[in-house]
Design a protein around this ligand. Structure first.
Ligand code: SF4
Length: 73
């Protein structure tokens, strides 16, 4: 089964630069610190999510790839 990004975790340390919300506004919002929007379609936005994680200056966006579509945060 093909693995895909199904979960995004933002670890402590976000410096609120706003990059992730610019790169992938469908998934990230920055209010104080970055968070994942409720109900965001991570699978559909996987490419932009991965790009945001790559561009985060403090590397606090962690991507979890699984073969299931359930994300139990
Ligand atoms: S790109 Fe990283 S540091 Fe910038 S707002 Fe997003 S999570 Fe925070």
């Amino acid at each position: 089964m093909k693995k895909q990004i199904t979960c995004v975790v933002i670890e402590p340390g976000c410096i609120s630069c706003g990059t992730c919300a610019v790169v992938c506004p469908a998934v990230f919002e920055v209010r104080g610190v970055s968070s994942v929007k409720q109900g965001a379609d991570i699978v559909a936005n996987a490419e932009a999510v991965a790009q945001a994680a790559e561009m985060c200056p403090v590397s606090v966006i962690k991507l979890i790839s699984t073969s299931v579509e359930q994300c139990n945060e």
